[in-house]
Design a protein around this ligand. Structure first.
Ligand code: HEC
Ligand code: HEC
Length: 326
């Protein structure tokens, strides 16, 4: 009996909640410049608090060429943290100098994606790092090989002891890299500032681009904290988009997208306008006008955040001076 009595109360609560949501939504056009707090995109959180010794060690390892079998390249060779966390190339090269099949995604905010890589085939940064070390097309080494190199370096042994209380080992190596990767978040974009109530952080054109992004349906695939990175989708739903493989991809994040040309899994779109035009055709079966494209690109520009208080920037600009790299 008590259950039956409670049910209608719940029903009413849900109905009231829905009604409130509808009212809030309806109220939003009147206050066009201020966010409703019900936006389908949420701000990038601040860098998580982590053990500073593990973080510094991870940062050092990320730029350490000993992570590759022949000691020629590091994670930073393809993921440049001083600029956009990726590279300017459509296809970075394997240790043999062959182009990789897929474009290099940025490592910025990668920790906020629900799966990693274009095909979303990894769930954790540690597992991803382990496979990247082993991947013959990337580091062509292994976590064990890297650990044995690091154990021969007294300075590294000391740093691992400080951070983990033990000599370099696989668990510490992968944890340090993942700890650093979790710190690679880029809060503070103009769009996020607008989301938390700074009405003047974006211009009316940028806001109309965002409204278009929602009304056209881009938002159905690109949403959440990373404006993407939380779903699998086919690419080329209505019309083909670049190379056919892989058929199913994790929708890419659009955070910092203005700084990461070229675009798509095969790097086939050289500019953001071309990528937006292609998305309209391939994913929505719509030919967008130049004006619509310009407004959406203006909105996408507001998604550029900051890393260590400096704006994320395209590779062509002068690299950030602060972070030391080899
Ligand atoms: C030769 C260039 C290259 C090097 C070196 C490289 N990567 Fe990558 N990275 C890529 C490519 C290409 C992908 C996408 C691979 C895929 O989707 O299958 C990728 C994907 C990633 C991702 C997933 C990003 C996302 O949003 O899904 C992370 C994280 C990452 N790399 C970290 C690292 C780390 C850590 C190292 C060093 C151990 C490293 N990478 C070395 C090219 C490189
Ligand atoms: C049905 C889901 C879907 C819709 C709708 C959609 N996208 Fe995408 N978007 C994707 C997928 C999947 C990719 C990756 C495509 C690829 O690499 O082949 C992507 C890639 C992108 C990229 C390139 C990102 C990068 O780093 O390479 C941009 C920019 C983009 N979309 C913008 C938009 C815009 C603007 C709209 C609306 C006009 C839109 N998308 C609509 C799923 C979608």
């Amino acid at each position: 009996m008590p259950r039956a009595a409670i049910a209608p109360v719940h029903g009413c609560r849900i109905a009231c909640l829905l009604l409130t949501l509808v009212c809030l939504n309806a109220a939003s056009p009147a206050t066009a410049q201020s966010p409703t707090r019900l936006e389908p995109i949420t701000p990038i959180p601040a860098m998580p608090a982590q053990d500073p010794r593990r973080l510094v060690l991870g940062e050092r390892l990320f730029s350490d060429p000993r992570l590759s079998h022949d000691n020629t390249h590091s994670c930073s060779s393809c993921h440049d943290i001083r600029t956009n966390g990726a590279s300017a190339n459509a296809h970075d090269l394997t240790p043999e100098g062959q182009p990789l099949a897929l474009n290099t995604p940025t490592v910025f905010n990668a920790s906020l994606n629900f799966r990693l890589n274009w095909e979303g085939n990894f769930r954790s940064l540690e597992e991803h790092a382990k496979q990247t070390l082993r991947n013959p097309a990337i580091m062509a080494s292994s976590a064990d090989e890297v650990v044995s190199k690091l154990r021969a370096d007294p300075d590294m042994v000391r740093q691992f002891r400080d951070a983990y209380g033990r000599e370099p080992d696989v668990a510490g190596l992968l944890d340090a890299i993942a700890t650093y990767e979790r710190s690679l978040v880029t809060p503070g974009s103009r769009f996020d500032r607008w989301l938390v109530g700074e009405a003047a952080a974006i211009t009316p054109e940028e806001l109309s681009g965002y409204q278009l992004f929602k009304s056209l349906g881009c938002i159905s695939c690109h949403q959440g904290v990373n404006v993407g990175g939380n779903l699998f989708q086919r690419h080329g739903i209505f019309h083909p988009l670049g190379s056919a493989e892989p058929v199913l991809v994790r929708v890419p994040s659009l955070r910092n997208v203005a700084t990461t040309p070229p675009y798509f899994h095969d790097g086939s779109a050289p500019t953001l306008s071309e990528a937006v035009r292609a998305m309209g055709i391939a994913q929505l079966d719509r030919v967008l006008t130049d004006q619509q494209i310009a407004a959406i690109v203006a909105f996408l520009d507001t998604l550029t955040g900051t890393y260590r208080s400096e704006a994320v920037q395209p590779v062509t600009d002068t690299p950030r001076a602060a972070t030391a790299l080899p």
